[in-house]
Design a binder for this molecule. Structure first.
Ligand SMILES: [Zn+2]
Length: 247
C-alpha cells in the first residue's frame, strides 16, 4: 500500500535528526510520498544574520534537504521560541493535513528539551484528531480527512525527558541502509553547523546525529536506528502501521 507520510517538527532540521531515515525507507521500499513540515523557518538560528535573512536561508535548506529524496518541504511560518498551542497554529496544521492527507504523521516527543518541540507535539496531536471533523476550521476547497491518521512520536533529543530520565521507544526502525542519505539531508542545513558550534559548543553536526543513531541501533543489534512511540489514545488508529512497514 503506497501512502503518504508527513513529519511535523518545530524547526527546519529536526526531521533530519529524528526521523528522516524512516521517511527514506517508506519512500524507497514502499513508494510513499514524503512531506516534511517545520513550524518555524528557524529564525533564531543565527548569531549574525537578521531573523529575515536566516529564515530565507533555512527555508531553502529545508527545501534542498527534502528535494534530495524527492520529498516536499512546508514551512508554517511560526517563530522560534514562540510556538504556541492555540487556534492559529491548530488551523495551520489542520489545513496542511487536509491538503496532504497523510496516512502516517510523525512529530516530536510530548516531553522534550525545548518547549517549541513540546508545543509542536501537542498541536500536531490535536490537529490529527480535529482534521476529520467538518466544523473544525472549515475551508471550502479542503475536504476533511477521512479519518485520524496514524500518529507517532520520535525520540526526544538525546532520548531523555526534561528530568533527564530515559524515554524508551516502543520500537526502533533500522536505518543503517539509509544513514548516508539521512546524513546528506542533514548536511543540507549548512547554516546550522556554524550556529550549533557557537551556541552549544556542539561541533560535528552530522556526527552527533550519527552517534545518536548508533546508540538506538545498539538496542536492535544494528548499526543505526530511529526510535518511535505510537499515540494510542481513544480515536487514533490502533494498528502499528509504521512498525509493520519498516520496524
Ligand atoms: Zn528543534
Amino acid at each position: 500500500m503506497a501512502g503518504v507520510v508527513l513529519s511535523v517538527m518545530a524547526h527546519p532540521d529536526d526531521a533530519e535528526f529524528l526521523c528522516a531515515g524512516t521517511l527514506v525507507r517508506l519512500l524507497r521500499e514502499h513508494g510513499w510520498q514524503v512531506h516534511i513540515a517545520s513550524m518555524t523557518p528557524g529564525d533564531c538560528g543565527s548569531a549574525e544574520l537578521s531573523a529575515d535573512e536566516i529564515s530565507r536561508i533555512r527555508r531553502q535548506e529545508g527545501a534542498n534537504s527534502a528535494a534530495i529524496i524527492g520529498g516536499k518541504y512546508h514551512c508554517l511560518e511560526e517563530r522560534d521560541l514562540l510556538i504556541t498551542y492555540g487556534p492559529e497554529t491548530l488551523r495551520k496544521v489542520v489545513h496542511l493535513l487536509r491538503e496532504i492527507r497523510p496516512t502516517i504523521v510523525v512529530t516530536h516527543s510530548p516531553s522534550d528539551y525545548m518547549v517549541d518541540h513540546e508545543m509542536t507535539s501537542l498541536i500536531t496531536r490535536a490537529a490529527c484528531f480535529g482534521a476529520p471533523i467538518p466544523n473544525f476550521f472549515p475551508r471550502n476547497n479542503l475536504r476533511p480527512m477521512d479519518h485520524v491518521p496514524h500518529l507517532y512520536y520520535a525520540d526526544p533529543i538525546e532520548g531523555k525527558d526534561i528530568f533527564g530520565k530515559n524515554v524508551a521507544p516502543d520500537f526502533c526502525v533500522d536505518i543503517s541502509g539509509v544513514l548516508e542519505v539521512k546524513a546528506r539531508m542533514l548536511a543540507a542545513h549548512a547554516s546550522q553547523r556554524d550556529w550549533l558550534l557557537k551556541h552549544h559548543g556542539m561541533d560535528k553536526y552530522v556526527e552527533t546525529m550519527k552517534q545518536w543513531a548508533a546508540e538506538r541501533g545498539k538496542q536492535i543489534g544494528t548499526a543505526a536506528a530511529e526510535g518511535f512511540r505510537q499515540h494510542l489514545g481513544h480515536g487514533y488508529p490502533q494498528t502499528n502501521l509504521l512498525r509493520d512497514l519498516v520496524g
